[in-house]
Design a protein around this ligand. Sequence first.
Ligand SMILES: NC(=O)c1ccc[n+]([C@@H]2O[C@H](COP(=O)([O-])OP(=O)(O)OC[C@H]3O[C@@H](n4cnc5c(N)ncnc54)[C@H](OP(=O)(O)O)[C@@H]3O)[C@@H](O)[C@H]2O)c1
Length: 324
Amino acid sequence: MPSAPTIKLSNGKEMPLVGFGLWKVDNATCAETVYNAIKTGYRLFDGACDYGNEKEVGQGIKKAMDDGLVKREELFIVSKLWNTFHDKERVKPICKKQLEDYGIDYFDLYVIHFPIALKYVDPSVRYPPSWQNEKGDAIEISKTPLSVTYAAMEELYEEGLIKAIGISNYNTALLLDLQRYAKTMPQCLQIEHHPYLVQQDLLNLCKELKLTITAYSSFGPASFLELEMEKAKNVPLLFDQQDIQAIAKKHNKSAGQVLLRWATQRNIAVIPKSNNPDRLAQNLDVCSFDLEQSEIEKISSLDKGLRFNNPLNYGLPPSVGIFG
Ligand SMILES: NC(=O)c1ccc[n+]([C@@H]2O[C@H](COP(=O)([O-])OP(=O)(O)OC[C@H]3O[C@@H](n4cnc5c(N)ncnc54)[C@H](OP(=O)(O)O)[C@@H]3O)[C@@H](O)[C@H]2O)c1
């Protein structure tokens, strides 16, 4: 059975270098998909309140543990704090609700999903809340600064409800600011990272700050084509890109495996999502071959600074765009 090597976070905790992404995993098949992923060898699961499937993920995990496939301590379960829960008093209750949905008592990593605070939406009104306010007729910003939300995350960490602190979708300026107020620096930054969006400056800063990077949307436009996003229709699929195809052919691997190896070989963790059992298995086997340095550079040279997961896509006014 293939399994992924691990990477040591700055607090000494080992995190699998390859995990399974849970965004857009259908509720109806989610528990079975998670169970099969564990059977295939996945140990890291990347979930979030916003994905709306945390109860089903928990059911899949429970079945795998009940069947003796895996123990809790062998899994690395990641979840995320949604934007509408940034206010200080909302952080712990929602983290506890999410843990209850999974049926576990700690997260291995809990991540601030976006550096964007939105007005609180009570879970009894709508869950997951998505981007809109309680009435569902507008996006409303909360006044809570990130330093306050981060301090509440540190409390979760000190209490042992979470074993590592993560942030996501932060740029270099936000990281430098965080360094001013953090008592405990985060261990992990999750960012969109693929050959069309390399963000080398951000990668360099993370190295200096000893922050492990997890890449999401490693296949670039593929994930956003599923959402019918125009931007994703206007560029070639990375799987079809001729340099990537040639490299894949040379190594006798698929284009998807080459894209994932391009990240893992540079110690960047990946969390591909697949609803297809063959691709799910293939995506785990991405550390058993090495690319040449020139191949890594060739893939990196496809960079276009092209971001697909921009918060502006979800209705935020341009004045709160975070990526400049
Ligand atoms: N922090 C954040 O803001 C954030 C944002 C986005 C995503 N994420 C996390 O990152 C995870 C991964 O990102 P993602 O879901 O955007 O997309 P992704 O993993 O880059 O791409 C998924 C797409 O690629 C296809 N695919 C998967 N493996 C393949 C392979 N080997 N060959 C060809 N096609 C393949 C999938 O189709 P099939 O399912 O049909 O295989 C699906 O269409 C998410 O699930 C989520 O956990 C985090």
